[in-house]
Ligand binder design. Structure first.
Ligand code: COA
Length: 312
C-alpha cells in the first residue's frame, strides 16, 4: 500500500575507491579481451580497494552534506551489503559510530536487491514515526571475488551510495508502489561460502534475472496504477547491460530513460542503484514530480522494485 504521507530523498552521495581495474588489466592474467567483456557485459572497468564501512561512511557523509543536514538528525542507519566488514557483527553499527551516532543501525543482506529492500523498510520506519533515515548500499566485493576466474572476475567491483530518506509533509514525494520477492530454490546459482569467493552459474543467473525483473516491475507498476510510458527514469541494478536490454524489450522501457553507470563501476551489488541514482542527479536527469523506478535483482534469488514520485 502506498504510504498516506510523503517520502522524500533529500540528499544522495556516492563513493568509489581510487584504484581502477580495467578490462585491459585483467587480460594480463586472464584469457579474455576488453572487447569480449564490453560486448557481453557492458563493463569497461571497476574499482577495487577500500572497506565496506569506509566507503559507506564516505557516501553517507556526502549524502548528509547534499541534504544539508547534520548527522545527529539521523534516526536510523540501514546498510545494504553482501560484503560486510565481518561475518559478525553487521557493518552498520561501525558506520553509525564513524558518523558519531548511537541510533539503530542494521545490515540488510538481500544481495543486489538490498538497497531497494532498505528503502522499503525505511518507508515502514517513517510510518512508525521516525523522521530521517540513512539508506546506504556499500560493497567491497573484491574480498569475495576471484579476479582470476573469468566467469566472475570480469563483473564485480567496490563502491557505495547513500540516500537521506525522510518524511515529506508536503506530500509531493511518495512511494507509490513496491514489490519485494525471493526464490530460495536458486541459492546455488550465485553464492559465496564462509571464507570463500563467489561461485556463479552465469547463464542461469542471466535467465532468471530477466524473468524476475519483469515480474517485479509489473507488480509495482500495477500497484501504483502506472504504465511503462509514465515512468521518467528507471534505475536498475547494474549487473549486465544485456540483462537490462532483454528485460526492457519486454517491459517497454527505453534505454534513454534508464540510468546506467555499469561501464565504469562494474557490478557493485547493493551499491549499484544508489550509485546510479547519484549519477542521475548530478547530471540533472531527475526533476521534481518525476516518477523514478528502482529495480533490483540478484543472489538469493531476491528482487525488489520501488516507484517513487520525486520530491520538490
Ligand atoms: N572472456 C572471454 N571468453 C569467455 C569469458 C571471458 N571472460 N568467459 C567465458 N568465455 C567464453 C566461454 O569459454 C565460451 O567459449 P566457448 O563458446 O568456446 O565454449 C564463450 O565465451 C561463451 O561462454 P558463456 O559462459 O556462454 O558466456 P555468456 O555469454 O553466458 O557470458 C557472463 C558469461 C558471465 C558474462 C554472463 O553469463 C552473465 O553476465 N551472466 C549474468 C551474471 C550476472 O549478472 N551476475 C550478477 C547478477 S546480480
Amino acid at each position: 500500500m502506498p504510504a498516506p504521507w510523503g517520502l522524500k530523498l533529500t540528499g544522495v552521495g556516492a563513493a568509489l575507491p581510487e584504484k581502477v581495474l580495467t578490462n585491459q588489466d585483467l587480460t594480463a592474467w586472464m584469457d579474455t579481451t576488453d572487447e569480449w567483456i564490453r560486448e557481453r557485459t557492458g563493463i569497461a572497468e571497476r574499482r577495487i580497494g577500500g572497506s565496506t564501512s569506509g566507503l559507506a561512511t564516505q557516501a553517507a557523509q556526502r549524502a548528509l552534506s547534499d541534504a544539508g543536514v547534520d548527522a545527529q538528525s539521523i534516526d536510523q542507519v540501514i546498510l545494504a551489503t553482501t560484503s560486510p566488514d565481518h561475518v559478525c557483527p553487521g557493518t552498520a553499527p561501525a558506520v553509525a559510530r564513524e558518523l558519531g551516532l548511537d541510533c539503530g543501525a542494521f545490515d540488510v543482506q538481500a544481495a543486489c536487491s538490498g538497497w531497494v529492500y532498505g528503502l522499503v523498510v525505511a518507508n515502514g520506519l517513517l510510518l512508525q514515526g521516525l523522521e530521517r533515515i540513512l539508506v546506504i548500499g556499500a560493497e567491497s566485493l573484491d574480498r569475495i571475488t576471484d579476479y582470476h576466474d573469468r566467469g566472475t572476475g570480469i563483473l564485480f567491483g567496490n563502491g557505495a551510495g547513500a540516500a537521506v530518506v525522510e518524511r515529506d509533509d508536503t506530500g509531493t514525494g511518495q512511494l507509490l508502489g513496491w514489490d519485494l520477492g525471493s526464490n530460495g530454490n536458486y541459492v546455488h546459482i550465485l553464492y559465496a561460502d564462509h571464507g570463500d569467493v563467489l561461485q556463479m552459474d552465469g547463464k542461469e543467473v542471466f535467465r532468471q534475472a530477466v524473468q524476475v525483473i519483469q515480474r517485479s516491475a509489473k507488480a509495482t507498476m500495477e500497484q501504483a496504477g502506472v504504465e511503462a510510458d509514465d515512468i521518467d527514469l528507471v534505475i536498475p541494478h547494474q549487473a549486465n547491460i544485456r540483462i537490462v536490454e532483454s528485460a526492457w524489450k519486454k517491459l517497454g522501457f527505453s534505454m534513454d530513460k534508464t540510468a546506467m553507470v555499469l561501464e565504469r563501476t562494474g557490478n557493485t551489488s547493493a551499491a549499484s542503484i544508489p550509485l546510479a541514482l547519484d549519477d542521475a542527479l548530478v547530471n540533472g536527469r531527475i526533476e521534481p514530480g518525476d516518477l523514478v523506478m528502482f529495480l533490483g535483482f540478484g543472489a538469493g534469488m531476491t528482487w525488489a522494485s520501488a516507484l517513487v514520485r520525486w520530491n520538490a
